[in-house]
Design a protein around this ligand. Structure first.
Ligand code: ZN
Length: 374
């Protein structure tokens, strides 16, 4: 039986160059009308017990070549538990080679454990059915999908949590699953406090078109949504236009934008240094959030992260900066790794959906702890 390889499903992405015995040579398709590529997701079927050798080639020009160093691909055979398949990076050739002994005869490989559109719909339906939760469709994407928002809480402070502007960063929606589970739990004390003091707006997937199409970084029109916040348009970025309009209606006191980072093997936050409206008082609230989160969970750290922008040089096309500047909000970007937390590694699973869910719990507990300061 020869290998069969397909990506003809939700968020699938692979091009098969050749198959030779137990080995295959593969490539990743670019995002539609864009040069970004890094997300892959495909199924292999084979004789049970085959040791697969899958070479993903042509990666020197991928979006983040540094993402392949010390990276192991995500794999599942039972479609429940995602493990890591030992992978080796040949930088000179630009090739990632994944090795996996496929016991059952079917295995799914992905850049990170996928968060399917079916699961997204279940997430929205489950949350919307909880007491005190209101569902709102904020707008419609270019491909005709709803931009879903869940709202809850009776307080004055406006909290916005939104994720997956970059659709290949599926860890962001696993985080959202943890966040919504906590926020809708009537027995959870942090959630009770937050719902008492805040109105919470949750957009679990900002970019459903890119997610379904198997994109890394853009929507169905090939637009990087996190470079549109200064001037979103119906033509290019209806997802951002409708969310920013809803934010203009409600105002924003606290915002978290949830992402994944290809290269850095750690969880970190990025703030809004460099905005014109920067004040130390506002900035200190962000730093205090960061301090409290690093004290609360060993899965979060402050040493590794992005360089801070110099005064007056913040990029206002990026949501975190735009929201801090526009609303005077405590605004931040949460980054989780595709690789692992290098300070607390898990060889078998790497950074995993389960760890995203736990992290969301800690992030909201810290928000509850300092909500009176925001
Ligand atoms: Zn991102």
């Amino acid at each position: 039986m020869t290998l069969q390889i397909t990506s003809a499903f939700d968020s699938g992405n692979i091009i098969v160059e050749s198959i030779n015995g137990d080995s295959a040579s593969l490539r990743i398709a670019k995002d539609h009308q864009s040069d970004f590529y890094q997300w892959f997701h495909f199924r292999v079927t084979c004789e049970p017990g085959t040791t697969l050798k899958l070479a993903i080639t042509d990666l020197a020009d991928s979006a983040y070549p540094g993402g392949w160093q010390n990276y192991d691909a995500a794999v599942t055979e039972d479609r429940m538990e995602w493990l890591r398949a030992p992978s080796s990076w040949d930088k000179d050739a630009g090739t990632l080679t994944i090795q996996w002994e496929c016991e059952s005869g079917s295995a799914w490989f992905a850049y990170f454990a996928p968060y399917s559109y079916e699961r997204h719909q279940n997430l929205v339906a489950d949350a919307a059915s909880c007491e005190g939760v209101t569902y709102r469709q904020l707008g419609t994407t270019g491909d005709g999908r709803p931009v879903d928002c869940l709202e809850m809480g009776e307080g004055e402070k406006q909290v916005w949590l939104y994720a997956r502007q970059h659709p290949g960063e599926s860890m962001a929606e696993w985080w959202m699953e943890g966040a919504l589970a906590k926020l809708t739990d009537p027995a959870d004390p942090h959630a009770r406090l937050l719902r008492q003091k805040c109105r919470i707006h949750v957009v679990p997937n900002m970019n459903p078109d890119g997610s379904v199409r198997g994109h890394l970084r853009t929507n169905g029109k090939g637009v990087n949504l996190n470079r549109e916040w200064h001037e979103p348009s119906e033509e290019r970025s209806p997802e951002i236009l409708c969310v920013r309009n809803a934010m203009d209606e409600s105002g924003v006191d606290f915002a978290m934008d949830v992402h994944g980072d290809e290269a850095i093997a750690a969880v970190f936050l990025a703030g809004f240094e460099g905005i014109e409206n920067w004040t130390d008082e506002l900035g200190d609230k962000f730093y205090r959030y960061q301090d409290l989160l690093s004290q609360r969970t060993p899965d979060f750290q402050k040493e590794l992260g992005y360089p801070k922008s110099k005064p007056g040089t913040a990029n206002l096309t990026i949501s975190t900066n735009q929201i801090a500047q526009r609303f005077g909000a405590v605004s931040m970007t949460l980054e989780m790794p595709f690789k692992d937390n290098q300070f607390l590694p898990d060889k078998q699973r790497g950074w995993s959906p389960e760890r995203c869910i736990r992290l969301a719990d800690d992030c909201l507990a810290v928000l509850a702890e300092m909500i009176d300061e925001i």
